[in-house]
Structures are given as structure tokens and as C-alpha cells.
Design a protein around this ligand. Structure first.
Ligand SMILES: Nc1nc2c(ncn2[C@@H]2O[C@H](COP(=O)(O)OP(=O)(O)OP(=O)(O)O)[C@@H](O)[C@H]2O)c(=O)[nH]1
Ligand SMILES: [Mg+2]
Length: 404
């Protein structure tokens, strides 16, 4: 991964670990001090908690990630950050925690892929036969035929020109995979999707039922309010009875209000209408819209999305609207089919891949980039509030091809 040898890496990681440990202890002490002061104030009835209305500003304290052991996972994560130019004192526990989760999450994808690949390649130079093996492994990891063809023909071309050793082969492979994922991101002109300040940003989460739209929205609300964007949620899935309650729980966790209409068969576009009014009044930066995953027919679903978009265009023509397709990685090629049919009817601007933890089909992310041509904006690897991060192709490919 880096040019430094593994001893240097461990030494660097050990220093980073010591620094983070110290920082965490200081933060704990600080939090404890604040808590004691707060309790003291409450005792004196100097603050009235019921009056502390707050839709986004400061979130409730949600426990930070705990620093784990100093182990292989830590060292690997620290090295991935170092390779991206991070200095020791710029590393955060959240980043380490996420990379560890991502690497663990992609373990199943890796098992049927890299481990076998490394066994087959060993330290020997690549041969046409090893390319055939690689082709099978890529297809098996759900990378998709088009992306696989692209990678294999680049490698074949390289092999015709020079001798390629095992390690160099893996490096070349990583780079080819990254190029495929980065293409739609580059084309979009935006590397990292964040709300633009001073404008209303509306992010619609769309996708078929059960892929993780509501959970992802909850995690996004947390990320957004933690990053000090004024955030609001619109509960526009009025089809599933429990959807509003599920959203309210997420809203509470991140201290973000939820606009909903509890009446049966409420019109989703009407909920969005109300939410936009609220958002304007409160000067909201980001309005997150949860949508239904299942209606009586598929056409209904598309019609409903079109209606929601029309309302937004009419009421806030200068809003920045993102339609983000949520895809469950564990559905592999099936998910890809859904993505293609959604992309045809709904005007999508990006994808969010969920459930990357524990699936052997993480490679489907490449197929989404190559075959549906959508920039991947976030990825989810777990059910917890912190288990979603902005997508980073370097980290993704490193985690997918991590060698141990
Ligand atoms: N392991 C894992 N589970 C996830 C992830 N994201 C969501 N889930 C789970 O997937 C299930 C469905 O999630 P929802 O968020 O309700 O999915 P949805 O798309 O809103 O579903 P509908 O509203 O019915 O269309 C829940 O049990 C979530 O906890 C993830 O990244 N990893
Ligand atoms: Mg839902």
C-alpha cells in the first residue's frame, strides 16, 4: 500500500495510536467535567431543558467511537489514511473506526477473491492463465461483465508489453478498479457530495423496498447535523404504516425534526410541500426526503417520485436537488437490474450502496459505476448511526483488496 516497509508502518501506526489514546482520555475528562457542571446548573434550576428547542445546531451528545485495540486493523487503517497524505496528528478515531468496519465488511468479498488471487499469483509474474483466473474471480465478486472486460483487457495489454510481477499486478488492478469507480464521480464534477451553504439542498432517497433507505436517511441526518448543517427530515413514505415512527426514532437520535402527516393514505407530495414550507421558515440547509419502496405497482412508484420532484421544482426552483438511489450490495446482480430500471425512469444523480458488511458481493459497486454510470456518494456498512460515510474510491479499493 505504501513504500514504507512494514516495520515503519507499525511504528508510525503505534505513534498515531498513542496520540489518539491520549486525546480520547482528555476528551473523556472534558466531557465528564461538562456533565458535572451541567448537573450543578440543573440543580440550581438555572436552565430549563424544555425550552431548549433546537432543530439542528448542536446535536445531543452521541457517544464517540471508542478506540479499539492496537492491532492489524488499526495499522492497516492508519496506513490507508497515511497513503492519502494524512499526518499523524490529523487522524481521528471516527476514521479509523470506519475503515476497520469497511475492511471487516468487505471480508466476505475478499475471501472469494483476493485470498484466492494471491494464492494463484504468488510472487510469480502474471501469465495469460492467471488472467483467466482473475476474470472468473472478478465476475464471482459481482464486479459485472463490462468492468471485468475492461480490467482484463488493460492487464492483457500491459502483459504484452512487459513482464508484470504479482505485486505490480495487484497494484495495477487496484488502479484500474479505481478508474472505473471514479469515472462517473469525475464526470459529475463533484468529488464529495455536501450541502451547499446558503441554498436549500433537497436529497431524495429512492429505491425498492428493504434496501435501507430509511436507515441511510437516519445516518445522513446524523452526519449532517454533526457537521452543523441545519437539517430537516420529510417522511414521504406514507405507504408503510410504521415508516414515520421509524424515522422519528432516527430524528431523535440526531436531534433533527421530522415533518410527517399521520393520516392514512396521506399524499407524499403534500408532506414534501409542508416540509419545504418548514425548511424555508427555519432556513434549513438540507432537507432529507424518505420515499416509499413499495407501492401497488412499479409505475406508481415512479409517478410518485415524479410528483414529488414537480412540487420541489415549483416551490423552490433554486433548490439543489439530489436523487440518490439506495442499493443493497447483498443483492448483487439483482440490485443492479433494479438500478438500471430506476435509472431509466427516475432522474437519478447518485447512488448509495448499503449493507456492505457481511456480503460477498461488494464488487457490485463497480458494476453500478460502469453499467449504470452513477457516482457513488455514500456507503453503509452496518446498522448503527455511524455506519455510513462519504464514498472514497481509494479506501474502498484498498479495503476490497486488502491482503490480510
Ligand atoms: N447490515 C446492515 N443492515 C442494514 C444496512 N442498512 C440498512 N440495514 C437494515 O436493512 C433493513 C431495512 O432497512 P430500511 O432502512 O427499513 O429499508 P427501506 O429501504 O427504508 O425499506 P422500505 O421502507 O420498506 O422500502 C433494516 O433491518 C436495516 O437495519 C447496512 O448498511 N448494513
Ligand atoms: Mg423505509
Amino acid at each position: 500500500m505504501t513504500n514504507t516497509n512494514s516495520d515503519n508502518s507499525r511504528e508510525w501506526a503505534a505513534q498515531a495510536y498513542a496520540l489518539l489514546k491520549k486525546r480520547q482520555e482528555e476528551q473523556k475528562q472534558e466531557l465528564q467535567k461538562q456533565e458535572e457542571q451541567k448537573q450543578e446548573l440543573q440543580k440550581q434550576e438555572m436552565i430549563d431543558i424544555s425550552n431548549s428547542e433546537n432543530i439542528s445546531g448542536q446535536s445531543k451528545t452521541i457517544a464517540e467511537a471508542e478506540l479499539g485495540e492496537f492491532d492489524d486493523n488499526f495499522t492497516w487503517s492508519a496506513m490507508v489514511l497515511a497513503s492519502q497524505g494524512k499526518k499523524i496528528n490529523q487522524i481521528s478515531i471516527d476514521e479509523i473506526d470506519w475503515l476497520t468496519k469497511l475492511r471487516r465488511g468487505l471480508e466476505e468479498t475478499r475471501k472469494g477473491f483476493v485470498t484466492e488471487l494471491l494464492d494463484k499469483l504468488g510472487d510469480d509474474p502474471l501469465t495469460p492463465e492467471s488472467l483467466d483466473d482473475l476474470e472468473t474471480l472478478l465476475i464471482r465478486a459481482d464486479v459485472g461483465i463490462d468492468s471485468t472486460d475492461k480490467v482484463i483487457s488493460s492487464l492483457r495489454k500491459k502483459l504484452n508489453e512487459e513482464v508484470v510481477g504479482g505485486e505490480a499486478g495487484i497494484k495495477f488492478l487496484k488502479n484500474e478498479l479505481k478508474l472505473i469507480i471514479d469515472k462517473p464521480i469525475k464526470k459529475s464534477g463533484t468529488d464529495l457530495l455536501v450541502p451547499k451553504k446558503g441554498r436549500l439542498n433537497v436529497w431524495l432517497l429512492v429505491g425498492v423496498n428493504g434496501v435501507g433507505k430509511t436507515t441511510t436517511l437516519g445516518k445522513l441526518a446524523y452526519l449532517s447535523s454533526r457537521s452543523n448543517y441545519k437539517t430537516l427530515i420529510a417522511a414521504a413514505d406514507t405507504f408503510r404504516a410504521a415508516a414515520v415512527e421509524q424515522l422519528k426514532v432516527w430524528g431523535e437520535r440526531s436531534n433533527v425534526d421530522v415533518i410527517s402527516n399521520q393520516s392514512k393514505n396521506a399524499d407524499p407530495a403534500a408532506v414534501v410541500f409542508d416540509a419545504i414550507n418548514s425548511a424555508k421558515k427555519r432556513n434549513v440547509d438540507l432537507l432529507l426526503v424518505d420515499t416509499a419502496g413499495r407501492l401497488q405497482t412499479k409505475n406508481n412508484l415512479m409517478d410518485e417520485l415524479a410528483k414529488i420532484k414537480k412540487i420541489i421544482d415549483k416551490k423552490v426552483p433554486d433548490a439543489i436537488v439530489e436523487s440518490l438511489l439506495v442499493l443493497d450490495a447483498s443483492q448483487g446482480q439483482n440490485g443492479l437490474k433494479q438500478a438500471k430500471s430506476f435509472a431509466k425512469s427516475a432522474d437519478l444523480s447518485g447512488a448509495i450502496i448499503t449493507k456492505l458488511d457481511g456480503t460477498s458481493r461488494g464488487g457490485v459497486s463497480l458494476a453500478v459505476s460502469e453499467e449504470v454510470n452513477l457516482p457513488i456518494r455514500f456507503i453503509g456498512a452496518g446498522e448503527g448511526i455511524r455506519d455510513l460515510r462519504p464514498f472514497n474510491s481509494f479506501e474502498f479499493v484498498e479495503a476490497m483488496l486488502a491482503d490480510k
